[in-house]
Design a protein around this ligand. Sequence first.
Ligand SMILES: [Zn+2]
Length: 156
Amino acid sequence: MSGRTHVLIPAGIAAILFDSDPLLVLTAGIAGLVPDIDEPYSVIGQRLWFLAWWIKYLCGHRTMSHSLLMVGVVSVLGLLVLIPPVYVCAIAIGLGSHLVLDGLSGGVQLWWPSKQRWVIGQYPIYGTTDRLLMVGGMLLFLVSWWSRMQSVVSPQ
Ligand SMILES: [Zn+2]
């Protein structure tokens, strides 16, 4: 899926789960971009091109950085360096949602180093499904934000 969708879906999920906490929403949204560090033309790959080219050369696209092993390793490392668990959870939401979204658009090597691809669908990266998911992410965020504003305006 597109970079926008990789940001908005985890940001929307985090908004719902963490009561629109801006730092947690931002953390989940940014983490949603990280697996594409293996693609030099992606949003994050263009900024960290020196790393993206090496990872793509060594592992290929949608392999190591798009696996459950990566989600687990990043989460454990986050806890080991004493990142608060709620932020590790937001990071895992971003990384995990990326795997599902790319599973919808051709698949990922979810069980890397196994080369077997996990494919949910073959929807185009910039097609109608991508736009609908992007709008869904925005709606999740707006519903959560509206709910939070209601509790601020009329506390019970
Ligand atoms: Zn990806």
